[in-house]
Design a protein around this ligand. Structure first.
Ligand SMILES: *Cc1c(COP(=O)(O)O)cnc(C)c1O
Length: 357
């Protein structure tokens, strides 16, 4: 039986979107391929709310995270982490021999402007990285405030933001917030199968990247950028099935309108939070940092989450246990992409039935 995925990625993909994956192949050096990439990037600019160039990658989002720090760092990265995905940037830096300092806050807390301000005094950083939405804890960081602070105080720093689990589900005005490199994947709020990702990049970040050596090859953002500028094509063979489905899904997203989509995500989040508060506790310490795409619930009743998931699977659902150290201490319910309030209520009622709540 198919299980409806309420895990924070991959999420369920609509049948009509899945069908687009089976579109007959086209040559990747044809005018058709150029048109397809051009259409996609124009639509993505609307979702990202940016005038900057949007680049595609036939990899999951982690590839572009690696490409971003590798292509943009000359001196040292300040990596901010409020959970597992934040730390990923640090591991990427280590693996690429890029100088980096890791600044962590406790799980369940957000990265505040004050924290960023304190940490940036420690060294001469030219790049900072952080998550907009930390999927392991259900925290949304105040990216707009941090962007404003950087613009005023550190205008030369390249601001890299991972929006993998929020872009397409919540409002992220990339240009307004001053994000230089904004990264997301296909399999979360965008509602597509995994294995594809995209980012927006400012011209100043690209110009800086041009001055750096050893940017890697497959994830060299300058190479992706130049190929896009020249022909709206991809340097190697892209995942054309993803591109067909993405083009179609972007029309759906823009037809729904971003406003309605954000509102729907907020409504689904509120229902899950109410459930979490009523029967358990929310893991995030301050309400203003609660994520609209994934809710992390403290396992205050000490339920066996593995058992719950097994019972759920018999009813056609799947949720997620906590991430890493939080495995049995929390569980996570995602509410992203194309789910509706009815879908979410169906899940919550099933959980209540199973646990006799
Ligand atoms: C899922 C996720 C990633 C990893 O993305 P992949 O597409 O799996 O490589 C990175 N950051 C965040 C915040 C995520 O939720």
């Amino acid at each position: 039986m198919h299980k409806k995925l309420f895990i924070p990625g991959p999420v369920d993909v609509r049948e009509d979107v899945l069908e687009k994956l089976a579109t007959p192949q086209i040559g990747h050096r044809t005018q058709e391929a150029t048109q397809l990439q051009d259409d996609i990037t124009k639509k993505l600019q609307k979702v990202f709310q940016t005038e900057s160039t949007v680049l595609l990658s036939s990899s999951s989002g982690t590839g572009l995270m690696e490409g971003a720090v590798r292509s943009c760092t000359k001196n040292k990265v300040a990596v901010f982490a409020c959970g597992a995905f934040g730390k990923k940037f640090y591991k990427i830096c280590q693996g690429n021999n890029i100088a980096a300092d890791l600044y962590e806050v406790e799980m369940g807390e957000a990265i505040t402007v004050e924290f960023v301000e304190e940490c940036l005094k420690n060294d001469d950083y030219d790049v900072i990285t952080l998550q907009h939405n930390e999927t392991s804890t259900g925290v949304t960081n105040p990216i707009g405030e941090i962007g404003e602070f950087l613009k005023e105080n550190y205008p030369d720093i390249i601001f890299i933001v991972d929006t993998v689990s929020s872009m397409g589900g919540v409002n992220i005005p990339v240009d307004k917030w001053g994000i230089d490199v904004c990264i997301t994947s296909s399999q979360k709020c965008m509602g597509l199968p995994a294995g594809f990702s995209f980012l927006s990049i400012t011209d100043r970040a690209i110009e800086k990247a041009r001055t750096l050596e050893n940017r890697g090859y497959y994830f060299d953002l300058v190479m992706l950028y130049d190929k896009d500028k020249a022909k709206h094509q991809y340097p190697s063979t892209p995942s054309l099935p993803h591109m067909f489905a993405l083009d179609y899904q972007l029309d759906r997203i823009l037809d729904e309108t971003l406003e309605e989509r954000f509102k729907r995500h907020e409504e689904m989040a509120e229902v899950v939070r109410d459930f979490g508060r009523e029967y358990f506790e929310l893991f995030v310490k301050e309400d203003k940092y609660l994520s609209n795409t994934v809710t992390c619930i403290k396992n205050t009743k000490d339920i066996d989450i593995g058992k719950l998931n097994k019972a759920l699977s018999e009813k056609g659902y799947m949720i997620s246990n906590g991430y890493g150290d939080l495995k049995d201490k929390t569980f996570r319910i995602s509410h992203m992409a194309d789910y509706t309030l009815d879908d979410v209520n169906g899940l919550l009622n099933t959980i209540k039935d199973i646990l006799n709540l």
